[in-house]
Design a protein around this ligand. Structure first.
Ligand SMILES: *Cc1c(COP(=O)(O)O)cnc(C)c1O
Length: 392
C-alpha cells in the first residue's frame, strides 16, 4: 500500500477525483496497545467493523489474536489473512449449514445463542459435539448507545435463566454475554449488564467459565465526546468484583469501533455547492452510511491545497453522488464558509463502519486505499484527552 506523510500530501500529489480511504497504522497500534494494557481479559476484534487485510494484519501483529466473526465469509478472511488467529462465532442467528461448516471445516468451537431453537440447531449441526463453548446472550437496555441492538438480539433476562440451565447441559464451557449497543456513551450500561448477569448466576447457581461484555466502546465525534475509556474499564472491573463470584470467570470483550474508528479517514471532493448543501463524491452507499439515517457527525477538515481559507465557519449538510434521496448526510459538518467546488474534505473516524459499507450502487465505487502517517482529526488515545471533557 502506498504511503504518504499526511492527508494533505496525498491530496496535493494525487488530486484524486474518486473518494480516497486512508489508514493510519500507528493509530491502530496505539488503540490496540491501549486495550491490551488496560482491559484485563481476552480481546476479540469484531471483524465486521472493518475486514480490510491491512487492518487485520496490523491488529494481529500488535497482539490481538482472537476475532469475533458473524459469517462464513468472515472466517474465510481470517483463515486466509491471519491463519493462526482464533475465531468465535458470535452471531446469535446462524443457518444450520453455516454452523456445520464453521465447526467441521474451520474448527470453530465457540458459538453464541439467545433462544432454545438456536441451541437445538447448534447441537444438531455439530452432531452433538462435546467440545463446544456456548455463550447465552442476554438482552439489556441500550439506552446510552447511538445504535440500539437490544430489539434484535438477546434473550430476556427471565427467559435466560431456563436457557442457561439447558445450554449448560450441552456445553463443555459456558459463557454469558451482552452488548450495550454501539457507541455507548456511558459506562453505567456495562455496570447494568454485569449486574443482570449476576442475577442470572444467582438464580441458576451456574458459575460461568466466561463473561463476555461485548463491544460498544465509544469513539470520539464532534458531538459525542465520551469519558475516558479508562473510566469504562474501571466501572467494568468494579462491577465484576461486586458479583463476588467464588470461581473467577475469564472476561472477554469484543470491541469494534473503539479499536479502529480513529485509524481511518475518507477524503471526499466537492462536486457542487448549493448554498449550505455540499454535493460530494462519496455518500451513504459508499463509506458514509453512518452519516445517513444513524446521523453520526464525522469530524471534518478542509484540505487547503494552498488556497486562502476563510476563518469564518459554517454548518453544511452533505449529499452523496447517487441519484437517491437517502444519499444524504445531515451533519452538521462545520467547515470554512468559502468551501467551493473542487475542494477536498477529510472526514475522520471512518476506520470502522466505513470501508465495509461500500456498494456499487449507481456505478459509484472507489477502492483507493492508502496509508498516511499524520494524526487523526480527533483522538481518544492522545494522552487520553477525552478525560478533559469529563462532565463532573
Ligand atoms: C458489532 C458487534 C460488536 C462490535 O461492536 P462495536 O460497537 O463496534 O464495538 C461486538 N460484538 C458483536 C456480537 C457485534 O455484533
Amino acid at each position: 500500500m502506498k504511503k504518504f506523510k499526511s492527508v494533505d500530501e496525498l491530496v496535493n500529489q494525487l488530486k484524486p477525483s474518486n473518494p480516497v480511504y486512508c489508514i493510519r497504522k500507528h493509530t491502530l497500534e496505539k488503540a490496540s496497545k491501549f486495550f491490551q494494557k488496560n482491559f484485563k481479559g481476552k480481546i476479540l476484534y469484531a471483524v465486521k467493523t472493518n475486514p480490510n487485510e491491512f487492518i487485520l494484519k496490523t491488529l494481529f501483529n500488535s497482539g490481538i489474536n482472537n476475532f469475533d466473526i458473524a459469517s462464513i465469509k468472515e472466517i474465510e478472511i481470517i483463515k486466509k489473512i491471519v491463519p493462526k488467529a482464533t475465531c468465535h462465532y458470535m452471531n446469535t442467528v446462524k443457518s444450520r449449514e453455516n454452523i456445520s461448516e464453521a465447526y467441521f471445516k474451520y474448527g470453530i468451537k465457540s458459538f453464541s445463542l439467545d433462544t432454545k431453537d438456536e441451541l437445538v440447531k447448534i447441537i444438531d449441526a455439530t452432531k452433538n459435539a462435546k467440545d463446544l463453548e456456548l455463550f447465552v446472550r442476554i438482552s439489556i437496555s441500550n439506552e446510552h448507545a447511538e445504535i440500539d441492538l437490544s430489539k434484535k438480539f438477546g434473550s430476556l433476562p427471565n427467559e435466560a435463566v431456563g436457557l442457561l440451565r439447558l445450554t449448560k447441559q450441552y456445553a463443555k464451557k459456558i459463557g454469558l454475554s451482552f452488548h450495550v449497543g454501539s457507541q455507548c456513551m456511558h459506562p453505567i450500561s456495562y455496570e447494568k449488564g454485569i449486574a443482570e448477569i449476576g442475577t442470572i448466576i444467582k438464580k441458576t447457581k451456574i458459575s460461568p467459565d466466561y463473561i463476555n461484555i461485548g463491544g460498544g466502546f465509544p469513539s470520539i465525534y464532534p458531538d459525542l465526546i465520551p469519558q475516558s475509556l479508562k473510566k469504562y474499564f474501571e466501572k467494568i472491573k468494579k462491577s465484576l468484583a461486586n458479583l463476588r463470584l467464588e470461581k473467577k470467570p475469564e472476561i472477554i470483550c469484543e470491541p469494534g469501533r473503539a479499536l479502529v474508528a480513529e485509524s481511518g479517514s475518507t477524503v471526499v471532493k466537492v462536486i457542487l455547492r448549493k448554498k449550505q448543501k455540499l454535493y460530494i463524491n462519496d455518500g451513504t452507499y459508499g463509506s458514509l452510511f453512518d452519516g445517513g439515517v444513524p446521523n453520526l457527525v464525522y469530524p471534518s477538515k478542509i484540505i487547503t491545497n494552498g488556497r486562502i481559507i476563510s476563518k469564518k465557519m459554517t454548518a453544511y449538510d452533505f449529499y452523496g453522488p447517487t441519484c437517491d434521496s437517502m444519499d444524504y448526510m445531515k451533519g452538521p459538518f462545520v467547515l470554512p464558509n468559502n468551501v467551493k467546488e473542487g475542494d477536498y474534505i477529510e472526514l475522520g473516524q471512518l476506520g470502522g463502519y466505513g470501508l465495509t459499507f461500500r456498494t456499487q450502487f449507481n456505478g459509484f465505487y472507489s477502492n483507493d486505499i492508502y496509508e498516511v502517517e499524520d494524526k487523526p482529526i480527533m483522538s481518544m488515545y492522545d494522552n487520553d484527552i477525552s478525560s478533559e471533557f469529563l462532565v463532573a
